[in-house]
Design a protein around this ligand. Structure first.
Ligand code: SF4
Length: 704
């Protein structure tokens, strides 16, 4: 290695998997990005997306200075000018229409940045608006609902103890492509190999024969949107055959008596026609699950983004609990992170807030201070008191990622003022008046506050910045601090004097010192690969946040929801097909599509369709097809494949860069189409209001 060549170790913050990276660089230029074999969490694993860190850092399309929209296009302006314009724009709206006229949307990358995690909420509080939205209600609100009502805190999220389980039942998730979601698990392929090598089994239930299904011991096709019936039928088999630990639950579990009879009507025979799964397969799965020495049921996006998403997450928890596979090795467990974000977000005994206010048009209940994003567009478009007139987006692209994106585009054109904190002029931020670009990835320090808390193994790791920010660039936390300073009405004396000293590092240090392991930042920095803090350990009943310190098996809101479910088969679909999304290993969200290395090769934005459905429509692979829903129409190439269940079609999410006015090279290369031009903002999870993307009815024909 030459004198000027150095190695930098850090955690990849592009997705939830927290892979350790070994980056070789010379004179500010990256020579290679490899997996860090000494990282105790990822042990050398990385996926092809890791190179995107370099691509985003070097990307000429990335904004490095604030820009303002003018009649002649975008104009670079100074930070001072940008902050002045944002302050006056937002204050004008507040004065004219009130605080709720400003809405906020926080995108998924926010949770991957320590700056945004620690500093954005004070700014949002300073705005004093009830119109707060985020990517949480795109695909994960049901998890939070289930956790809040059962365990007392929405962030107490169980994760499969994949490293020790003997039976892994997976629904609506593709961890081989994602490396876990609400289950940070870098290196899933090897974890599944090890599970099978120790005699364990993985069963995948999915309308698509996914990359994960390919490695499974059994794959079961299920009709989109019917997981609730499958899960209820599994519980039916448990209770009707004495396969539960009933009568032997720990003392901190309450509600056992309420379980009586609630699954009686969901017999495998009745559910078979609805789900498309033979009764015998359901029964076998239930018996296998209960007989395994340890087992865990896990359901993710495909399960959460449906009409009964919250009920699904509740039933998944029940399956794990009633079989004794909860909070114990090999089952569903909770991590023991070095910084306990839950402890900081709510004192014990104070359950998260729910339904303190509702959205104006459809009356969706607030949850944890947020409203479902499916309501955002209508709140902008519907005139009347409380109408949204301005929007602040933070690291988000809701035009591509939320249901009925075309309606949201219309809504954004109707706004009086819009600010985006973002590194790109993309499908959403092109509507902004001002864009404030933060530093990104390699220029920032990093600690995974959120993902250590949902990891399958306990570790801690701090990553220093690799490169200094370019001249005058600001970190996201500096942007938020300045915005808070300008928008906050009253500041306490303590806030005023301590403000310059509050930095992410200081807050991290504080969190580590207060944590379980007697750590501090200085100590952590001595371990550039991270520290191994051991396997997951049981946490209950001590970690229960319910006021009565009990785990509630049967919250009223869920059992009422279950009672309302009709067991009628879906009936006549008039030749329509059920649309589901998908994710590829080389893609995560829309913003990663600007890495040429990741998008090169064959077009991956295709309509996957089963040969039976293709044949009756005279469709062959490669043919352009028109897909129509109640809300829109897209044209894309067909991919005829038996990987899709008959009656189901699939389009990957995050594409659709064929809009005007965006400054992304992929707009020309591989624009693809947006699945959310077809999805429906009115189709939501009945309980949480989470968008229901799975099972949207579409018609498919050969394009003209
Ligand atoms: S799976 Fe890929 S994108 Fe995700 S953290 Fe690992 S290297 Fe990064």
């Amino acid at each position: 290695m030459s004198e000027n060549t150095h190695i930098h170790y850090r955690t990849c913050n592009l997705c939830e998997a927290m892979c350790g990276l070994e980056i070789t660089y010379r004179n500010g230029e990256i020579l290679s990005i490899k997996g860090d074999k000494e990282d105790p969490f990822s042990k050398g694993y990385i996926c092809p997306k890791a190179v995107a860190l370099q691509d985003v850092y070097c990307d000429p399309d990335r904004l490095r200075k604030p820009v303002r929209k003018t009649n002649n296009g975008w104009e670079e302006i100074s930070w001072k000018n940008a902050f002045d314009l944002v302050e006056s724009g937002l204050k004008d709206i507040q004065k004219k229409y009130g605080n709720d006229a400003i809405a906020i949307y926080q995108g998924n990358p926010s949770v991957h940045s320590i700056g945004m995690m620690l500093f954005s909420s004070t700014f949002f509080k300073a705005l004093r608006t009830k119109n707060r939205f985020s990517a949480t209600s795109v695909d994960q609100l049901p998890h939070h609902f289930a956790s809040q009502f059962m365990f007392g805190h929405s962030f107490l999220l169980p994760v499969p103890d994949i490293n020790r389980t003997q039976y892994f039942l997976v629904l609506g998730a593709n961890p081989i492509a994602s490396n876990g979601s609400i289950m940070s698990a870098a290196g899933m392929p090897e974890k599944i190999n090890l599970l099978q090598a120790r005699g364990g089994k993985m069963i995948v239930v999915d309308p698509r024969y996914t990359e994960t299904a390919l490695k499974a011991d059994r794959h079961i096709f299920i009709k989109p949107g019917t997981d609730v019936f499958f899960l209820a039928a599994i519980l039916h088999v448990f209770f009707n055959n004495g396969l539960t630990k009933q009568g032997h639950f720990p003392k901190w579990i309450t509600g056992e008596e309420k379980l009586k009879g609630i699954f009686d009507r969901f017999s495998p025979e009745r559910v078979a026609k609805i789900t498309g799964i033979p009764a015998q397969t359901i029964t076998t799965t239930a018996f296998e699950f209960s007989a395994a020495s340890s087992a865990v049921c896990y359901g993710r996006i495909g399960v959460s983004t449906q009409q009964h998403g919250t009920l699904c997450q509740w039933l998944i928890n029940l399956i794990n609990i009633v079989t004794g596979n909860f909070d114990r090795p090999g089952g569903a467990m909770f991590s023991n992170p070095a910084i306990d974000v839950i402890k900081y977000s709510a004192p014990k005994g104070t359950m998260d807030k729910y339904n303190r206010w509702q959205s104006r048009v459809r009356r969706y209940p607030e949850f944890g201070g947020q409203l479902p994003v499916a309501a955002l567009a209508e709140e902008c478009l519907t005139p009347g008191d409380g109408q949204i007139k301005a929007l602040v987006t933070s690291a988000g692209n809701p035009v591509l990622s939320t249901p009925n994106g075309r309606q949201l585009e219309m809504a954004l054109t109707s706004l009086d003022f819009m600010v985006s904190i973002d590194i790109y002029i993309n499908e959403t931020t092109r509507f902004a008046d001002i864009i404030l670009p933060p530093t990104t990835g390699l220029e920032t320090e990093h600690y995974d506050l959120a993902f250590h808390a949902i990891a399958v193994h306990n570790t801690a790791k701090y990553s220093p910045p690799l490169f200094a920010p370019s001249n005058g660039a600001r970190h996201d936390w500096q942007i938020y601090k300045e915005l808070t300073r300008r928008m906050k009405k009253h500041r306490t004396f303590v806030e005023k004097i301590s403000d310059p000293f509050i930095t992410p590092s200081r807050m991290l240090n504080h969190g580590l010192k207060k944590g379980l392991y007697n750590l501090n930042l200085r100590k952590l920095k001595k371990y550039p690969h991270g520290i191994d803090l051991g396997p997951l350990k049981p946490v209950f009943p001590e970690s229960l946040y319910t006021p009565d310190k009990m785990l509630h098996l049967v919250p009223e809101i869920f059992v009422n929801g279950l009672r309302k479910i009709s067991l009628d088969p879906t009936g006549n679909t008039n030749g329509s097909l059920s649309l589901i999304g998908r994710r590829h290993l080389r893609s995560n969200n829309s913003w990663m599509h600007n890495s040429l290395r990741l998008v090169k090769g064959p077009n991956r934005c295709t309509l996957m369709i089963n040969p039976l459905d293709a044949e009756i429509r005279n469709i062959c692979s490669g043919d352009p097809v028109t897909v129509t829903s109640a809300n829109g129409e897209v044209v894309l190439p067909a991919d005829v494949t038996e990987q899709l269940m008959p009656g189901v079609v699939s389009i990957p999410h995050g594409w659709g860069h064929n809009r005007s006015g965006i400054r992304l090279k992929t707009a020309k290369l591989h624009p693809g189409v947006s699945i959310n031009d077809l999805t429906d903002h009115l189709f939501v999870d009945n309980i949480s209001g989470n968008a229901a993307f799975s099972g949207v009815k579409v018609h498919v024909i050969l394009a003209d």
